[in-house]
Design a protein around this ligand. Structure first.
Ligand code: UGA
Length: 475
């Protein structure tokens, strides 16, 4: 007989608390209206909360107040317009107004990699918490959502104590977020768990009230959202541990791709076969160009840096390997391109002078316009640096890509990008590329040669249409 493990933590008895503003539900603010904060602000208004989004970027705030989402995130535009019209949602650059409005203030600012090392840059957290604290006039709860090194919540507590007027008794909590770009709306409205790090019953009750809309929606859909109530350090660690695990899973399958390349195996079949084991699972087992974005790469580096500071560096040494495996995938695309174009590699890598290469995809994954640490754009830049004339097309990321890497040529359509190309590299698995007709595309190119950097094309179909095909970790 097997004894089932409990999957849902019993929700602790949480005392009802009255929001300091006197409103029936806590009024919530989100500081930082990037991919995280804008999505949260809009979705929380959709859940029925009164919401104010704050940012120091006046342009972004003006756009949001005018009903324009400054990022590409499926489903968000409609929710923004609906909730602005309902009067539950507004955006401001005024920190005093923000401090005055909220009972619960969520810190959603970026924590990028430091310019001088692997650690996280906490300057935006410091600036937002300090200015908020200085303007508070009554009790409130400040909740960190940004991904941070363990120990940050305690430091934020000290900042708050130092900068709030005496006697307000403002409290701090930590509640990491797990949203994935491209699925962000659903991830906020229907999270697979909520984690809160709290120190007092009041903070616990307040955070419960601030999440009640999520629990209520789940109840109407006959679902349950597990709630994990824990301490500050664990809450902070949950987030980086989750991202480290996901990054490791991707690098594991990419390491298998390297072994397949050396031995003649096919990593896509290998992944399918091991993924049927429910202990392994088939998600995040897609071999290809590896992980990018504003989270996984910098989070595994910041995690290592913090562990080192804490004297636990040994424990996370494997993450260095995870990072290296990931970066090697970019070089692999260059090798495949050189192989297809008959270019020999010298000590500085292959020379692509005189070739025209189409790069399809610039974003770090499909269904976003985000090009931060995007493997596709990095490879496009490497190809250009090696002498190729690179023409890039991306369905949503062109504007951001042009700003990040202006020296590439950006095209308005897939057909224009591949025109006269000696080689086509598919580096982000947008549906447009996955479903492209190789026969029709073949009419535009000079050479029917394709590198499938995301293993998202059907090799049989492309080969039948006369293309020389190379995938990642496939024979
Ligand atoms: C990631 C996590 O998945 C979220 O849970 C987390 O909340 C978020 O970071 C964050 O820290 O804010 P995200 O960066 O949106 O979300 O992107 P993912 O969907 O995780 O993809 C990351 C990268 O891994 C992409 O470049 C993607 O192409 C790549 N990937 C993903 C693979 O190469 N193979 C896979 O099987 C899956």
């Amino acid at each position: 007989m097997t004894i089932p493990y409990p999957t849902i933590q019993p929700t602790p008895a949480i005392a009802a608390v009255t929001p300091p503003s006197g409103a029936p539900r806590p009024r919530v603010t989100f500081l930082g209206t990037g991919y995280l904060g804008a999505t949260y602000a809009i979705c929380y208004a959709e859940l029925g909360y009164e919401v104010l989004g704050f940012d120091v970027d006046a342009d972004k705030i003006a756009k949001l107040n005018a009903g324009q989402v400054p990022i590409h995130e499926p489903g968000l535009d409609e929710l923004l317009r609906r909730n602005l019209a309902a009067g539950r949602l507004r955006f401001s650059t005024d920190i005093a107004e923000t401090a005055d409005f909220g009972d619960v203030h969520f810190i959603c600012v970026g924590t990028p990699q430091r310019a001088d090392g692997m650690g996280a840059d906490l300057s935006y957290v410091e600036a937002s918490v300090t200015s908020l604290a200085q303007h508070l006039t009554r009790k409130a709860l400040i909740v960190g959502k940004s991904t941070v090194p363990v120990g940050t919540a305690e430091w934020v507590e000290q900042l708050v104590d130092k900068h709030t007027p005496d006697g307000l008794n403002v409290e701090v909590a930590w509640s990491p977020e797990f949203l994935q770009e491209g699925f962000a709306v659903d991830d906020v409205l229907r999270p697979n768990r909520i984690v809160v790090g709290v120190k007092s019953e009041w903070a616990n009750g307040m955070l419960y009230a601030a999440h009640k809309g999520v629990f209520d929606l789940a109840a109407t859909e006959d679902r349950e959202v597990p709630l994990v109530v824990t301490d500050f350090s664990t809450a902070e660690l949950v987030k980086v541990a989750a991202n480290a695990f996901l990054a490791t899973k991707i690098s594991f399958i990419n390491a298998m791709a390297e072994v397949c390349e050396a031995s003649g195996g096919d990593v896509t079949q290998l992944a399918r076969a091991i993924g049927y084991d429910p202990r392994i699972g088939n998600r995040f087992l897609q071999a290809g160009l590896g992980f990018g974005g504003a989270c996984l790469p910098k989070d595994i580096r910041a995690f290592q840096a913090r562990a080192q500071e804490l004297g636990a560096g040994e424990a996370l040494r494997f993450l260095h390997e995870v990072d290296l495996i990931n970066l090697r995938r970019r070089t692999r695309v260059l090798q495949l391109a050189a192989d297809l174009l008959g270019r020999r590699s010298g000590p500085a890598g292959p020379d692509f002078a005189g070739t025209r290469i189409a790069v399809l995809g610039a974003t770090f994954k499909p269904n976003t316009d985000d090009v931060r640490d995007a493997p596709a754009l990095a490879v496009a830049a490497l190809l250009q640096k090696a002498g190729a004339d690179v023409h890039v097309y991306d369905p949503q990321g062109t504007e951001n890509a042009r700003r990040a890497v202006p020296e590439l040529t950006y095209e308005a359509s897939m057909n224009e990008a591949v025109t006269d190309a000696d080689l086509v590299c598919v580096l982000t698995e947008w549906a447009d590329f996955r479903n492209a007709d190789p026969v029709a595309l073949g009419e535009f190119v000079k050479g029917r040669k394709v590198v499938d950097g995301r293993n998202c094309l059907d090799p049989a179909l492309w080969t039948q249409a006369g293309w020389e095909y190379r995938g990642m970790g496939r024979p």
